[in-house]
Write a protein that binds this ligand. Structure first.
Ligand SMILES: Cc1ncc(COP(=O)(O)O)c(C=O)c1O
Length: 407
């Protein structure tokens, strides 16, 4: 009855099932996996949103509907200014609004691939993108990121990526900075990716939703910088991460590349966007005010994330089995744990015995380094309220400090 691409296995995984069962029994869950910024007691995003909505309600133009397939011109001008502050030049007419970054991916996959064509995604990575590709009939191939030997940055294995390209390859996705590793794409890797994409006729998709989650001045340039030549570049971002307002559902694609190809891509992207006109012009009109007011939002986010990372590091001091991997940006932390036999058993044990919820690394394709199958990865969200986070981190550390082999 249903299409093959809708043939998902919808059974909840064991961790979700047991978490729900625990909650149903009234047992506490110390949730160290939360990544929804609207559930963690942040103050600044809600205040900025209330002010922006009040301003929109007073604006007589809000009563009119003048659809523009690329999205509200004022919002696009504010997005161009946002990228300029990040050192990248993009004109407002080279921006297309979307209802969330996820829809941006859908539009791009429709633009770039026919059913059976391939997009290349980083591994480790976040599972959403594979689903978004599959929903548009595209296949996803993973290319490896190599863990840092020193410092914090994971590096693209360009040789492995090149070897996996075929005549069906259409695009390479970069997550810049990456979720959950927190690594920016190294400028040398970006140059190599550009050369490869140029040679093989691929587009570069650069997801930069976490770009503001680095310490100010610490971020390498956006993929938009220096993208006037070579392959087409599509940079995705939106309100969900930079403004911590996923409920706004306003995001964007900025297009860069050689002018003729860029304009051709934009005309076709406009056609896709016009078919849906999915972005609420009313909400898009709040974006200039929100982007202008983003400094306190980003300060609060950075303080929360850095504070929780420090709390986690402090709690783990006695847990020699665990190593907190360094990160440059983002809202996640990766823990490497030695001496556990099985990652799933480890997260289930943590839940049942310590009441702590974290995500297993396999959900993000985090693999044990070669030659050390006993290394597991746990992925934590660094957004939760500090007090609850500290309690969870301490319970996690106590569990891990117990004799090796647990889990
Ligand atoms: C790297 C990255 N890009 C995009 C998204 C989806 O963002 P949106 O809420 O704008 O669809 C996520 C969600 O967590 C993400 O981690």
């Amino acid at each position: 009855m249903f299409a093959r691409r809708a043939g998902w296995d919808l059974t909840p995984n064991e961790l979700s099932r047991r978490t729900e069962a625990r909650r149903a029994r009234g047992l506490p869950v110390l949730d160290l996996s939360e990544s929804n910024p609207t559930r963690v007691g942040l103050r600044a995003p809600g205040e900025a949103l209330a002010a922006a909505l009040a301003a929109a309600a007073r604006d007589p133009a809000a009563a009119r509907y003048e659809p523009d397939p690329r999205g509200d011109p004022g919002a696009r001008a504010a997005i161009a200014a946002y990228h300029k502050e990040h050192g990248a030049r993009v004109a407002p007419e080279h921006v297309v609004l979307t209802a969330g970054t996820s829809e941006g991916y859908a539009h791009l996959f429709r633009l770039l691939g026919d059913p059976g064509d391939v997009v290349h995604l980083p591994a480790p990575g976040y599972g959403l993108f594979e689903h978004l590709a599959a929903l548009e009939g595209l296949a996803a191939e993973r290319y490896p990121l190599r863990p840092p030997r020193e410092g914090a940055r994971w590096r693209v294995d360009l040789g492995a990526l090149a070897a996996s390209l075929t005549s069906r390859s259409r695009a390479v996705l970069l997550i810049h900075p990456h979720n959950p590793t927190g690594s920016f794409v190294d400028p040398a890797d970006l140059a190599g990716l550009r050369a490869l994409a140029g040679e093989r006729g691929l587009s570069i998709l650069s997801d930069e939703v976490f770009a503001d989650a680095a310490a100010p001045g610490a971020a390498p340039p956006s993929a938009l910088a220096g993208a006037e030549e070579g392959p087409l570049h599509f940079v995705l971002s939106g309100a969900s991460k930079p403004l911590a307002l996923p409920q706004l559902k306003v995001a964007w694609i900025a297009v860069a590349g050689p002018p003729a190809a860029r304009d051709e891509a934009l005309a076709r992207l406009e056609f896709v966007a016009d078919a849906y006109l999915s972005v609420s012009p009313l909400l898009a009109r709040t974006l200039p005010g929100l982007l202008a007011a983003r400094a306190p939002i980003q300060a609060e986010l950075r303080e929360r994330v850095a504070g929780n990372r420090a709390r986690l590091a402090a709690a783990l001091r006695g847990a020699e089995r665990a190593e907190l991997l360094p990160a440059e940006a983002g809202w996640a932390a990766i823990l490497r744990v030695r001496g556990a036999e099985d990652e799933e058993a480890l997260v289930l044990g943590l839940l049942e015995e310590a009441g702590v919820l974290v995500q297993p690394g396999f959900l993000f394709d985090l693999e044990a380094p070669e030659g050390d199958a006993s290394l597991c990865h746990l992925v934590l969200g660094l957004l939760p309220e500090p007090e609850g986070f500290a309690r969870g981190a301490e319970a996690l550390a106590r569990f891990l400090a117990a004799p090796a082999g647990r889990g």
